[in-house]
Design a protein around this ligand. Structure first.
Ligand code: CDP
Ligand code: CDP
Length: 222
């Protein structure tokens, strides 16, 4: 068991959560999908027609986010007692999440929760601002990228597997738009931390990416 903290950041559909989950399992670390937290809060805001960040936070406090796992090992996301794992991946949430996650107080609220979870020991966390803001002193930081075309194809395939409505050409535009919004917002934009390792995964398999990161992690805990 190790207390290493691994921060994996990068744009939409670059493979962050897939590889983070596998690494956490292989190395006996906690896994935290911070994107799911922003999606859950966005779902709450949309479902209750809330626009003001104070109101959204108040409702989020009444319906705390928690994680579970189903019998197939799939991650489940709850708001209070309600399973929102499927709902937070739907189109309306995806097209509004960058707007809601640009709100500074919402970020402050979720970053506090993320740091609290990380204070319990070894963790793999994936998101947009983990290496820069949430865990600036993480022992290992990875910045994962891949071409927009490949990321759209990956997400298209994933959507089809999850029975989520999907159109490849629309996805390319949506992913590029979300990258732009996430990279240009004022608070905690998506940028590579200076001490992060940049990895272009275009053409790489999930296993190749996992092995690359695990080798770096093992070098650190030798
Ligand atoms: O999986 P996908 O790349 O579609 O996105 P995600 O990781 O589920 O994150 C959804 C959205 O949440 C991102 O597009 C960001 O707007 C926001 N996010 C963020 O601002 N900061 C994070 N640490 C994680 C996600
Ligand atoms: O978390 P993020 O949005 O960065 O991406 P993801 O949800 O982990 O990955 C999106 C899809 O790409 C998943 O279906 C992965 O299985 C797939 N993927 C891939 O085909 N090749 C990789 N090297 C990484 C992910």
């Amino acid at each position: 068991m190790t207390d290493i903290r691994i921060a994996i950041d990068g744009p939409a559909s670059s493979g962050k959560s897939t590889v983070a989950k596998i690494i956490a399992q292989d190395m006996g670390l906690i896994y935290l999908d911070t994107g799911a937290m922003y999606r859950a809060v966005t779902y709450l805001a949309l479902n209750n027609s809330l626009d003001k960040e104070e109101d959204i936070i108040e409702l989020a406090q009444e319906n705390p986010i928690s994680f579970g796992i189903d019998s197939d090992g799939k991650q489940l996301v709850y708001l209070g007692e309600v399973d929102v794992s499927g709902a937070i991946r739907q189109k309306d949430v995806t097209s509004n999440v960058s707007r809601i996650s640009a709100m500074p107080k919402i970020r402050e609220y979720l970053v506090d929760a993320q740091r609290f979870i990380a204070s319990h020991g070894g963790i793999v966390m994936d998101g947009r601002d983990i290496g820069t803001v949430v865990l600036p002193d993480a022992e290992l930081k990875i910045f994962l990228v891949a071409s927009v075309d490949e990321r759209a194809e990956r997400r298209h395939k994933q959507n089809q597997e999850m029975n989520i409505e999907s159109d490849l050409e629309i996805l390319k535009v949506e992913i590029a738009e979300r990258d732009y919004k996430d990279s240009t917002r004022k608070t905690s934009p998506l940028v590579q931390a200076e001490d992060a390792i940049y990895l272009d995964t275009t053409g790489m398999s999930i296993n190749e990416v996992v092995n690359f990161i695990e080798d770096k992690a093992k070098d650190l805990i030798k």
